[in-house]
Ligand binder design. Structure first.
Ligand code: 13P
Ligand code: SF4
Length: 354
């Protein structure tokens, strides 16, 4: 069982044996049983930065999903090895943009005569191939905590942005934070010829949004916001920018997982909050702040974990740590050198954003 005291003890012992050789990173969506062994926890941005700041650790055990482990590999030194405790911990959003599809999209933009004006901005939640494409074409990576700054930067470099792969983060940032209109945005559908767009539409657009989304955050609806406001008078609605535009537009506060935590830390006793993000995090926050008199509920009636984040559980973590402690390097995530070079360019542009 996940709370099996034997497993807890084995994880502790293996970690102790490894000492400074191992550094465990945990994304906020990880299970409690895993998060208790993380040396640092964070949102995608913080974890990328922290991974890069541990040159002494031979092993970085990434409790998160595949694209995060790839990014950590790209940003860490040659002698460092990144380990993902379950290789099946992917991300359905990242899978929505493949290298072939994005190359085809670039051809479409070139044929429409707009490619020279376009700067790609790719969400961290994308494969290393997509990050390399982004770096190669003069673009940057962003996360939900710096999307506004990344877009400001991109619009200093060119007139249009190709935003990959989360249409919601792209639209929400452009419209809610930067004052663009919904008409400034078009959606490129990789499953349709020419993305389902005419050359005129591409010429008129400022934001070309890839047709990708998060299946977890996509489940929150305007109805969930209306319901919770009716059920809990005075409730503050706080959502992640991966939610659909109408949800974000109806919310009181919007931000990354780290922002969500900081906002609740600063909230006064007696305040009420409905949170639109992954359930492991919301439950942990509800428990943590209950004693301070802050009421925290999940912004939906249905249970909503990220199934791939949840693949990293205590048995997988124990297996990875014990293997490393015995000198067996398992589940290494290693990006090939050429991809790494271009992807690093894009990631470093993000890290250099003001
Ligand atoms: P952040 O932690 O950067 O807000 O990202 C959320 C997410 O969906 C990660 O997969
Ligand atoms: Fe991907 Fe959504 Fe899960 Fe994040 S929460 S890892 S974006 S599927």
């Amino acid at each position: 069982s996940p709370s099996d005291p034997d497993l807890v003890e084995r994880a502790r012992a293996a970690k102790e044996k490894l000492g400074d050789k191992v550094f465990v990173l945990g994304h906020h969506y990880q299970r409690d049983e895993v998060i208790q062994f993380a040396d640092v926890t964070g949102d995608s941005f913080k974890l990328a930065r922290d991974a890069a700041a541990r040159p002494q650790a031979e092993y970085i055990v990434f409790c998160g999903v595949h694209f995060m482990a790839e990014s950590a590999d790209i940003l860490t030194g040659d002698g460092q090895k990144v380990v993902l405790p379950d290789l099946a911990a992917g991300c359905s959003m990242a899978d929505m943009a493949t290298a072939e599809q994005v190359a085809e999209c670039w051809d479409v933009l070139t044929e429409a005569g707009v490619a020279e004006q376009v700067v790609p901005v790719s969400y961290m939640n994308s494969s290393a191939d997509i990050k390399a494409f982004t770096g190669k074409h003069g673009g940057t990576i962003c996360t939900s905590s710096n999307a506004r700054r990344a877009l400001d930067w991109a619009f200093e470099q060119g007139e249009k942005v190709l935003f990959l792969p989360d249409q919601h983060l792209g639209r929400n940032t452009a419209v809610r934070d930067m004052g663009m209109s919904l008409e400034d945005c078009v959606v490129y559908n990789p499953h349709k010829p020419n993305g389902g767009l005419t050359a005129d539409e591409l010429r008129a657009a400022k934001m070309i949004l890839w047709r990708g989304h998060c299946s977890v955050h996509g489940r929150f609806s305007l109805d969930s916001v209306d319901d919770v406001r009716e059920r809990i008078p005075g409730v503050n609605v706080l959502v992640h920018p991966e939610c659909r535009h109408e949800v974000v537009a109806a919310a009181d506060y919007v931000g990354s997982t780290e922002y969500i935590i900081k906002t609740l830390e600063a909230a006064p006793a007696g305040s009420k909050w409905a949170i639109g993000t992954e359930l492991n995090l919301v439950r942990r926050l509800a428990n943590r702040f209950a004693s301070e008199g802050k009421e925290i509920v999940f912004l939906d009636k249905t249970v909503c974990f990220c199934s791939t984040m949840n693949r990293i559980d205590l048995p997988h973590l124990v297996w990875a740590l014990e293997s490393l402690a015995e000198g067996n390097l398992v589940n290494r995530i290693e990006v090939d050198k050429e991809t790494e070079a271009f992807a690093k360019l894009a990631l470093e542009r993000m890290l250099a954003l003001p």
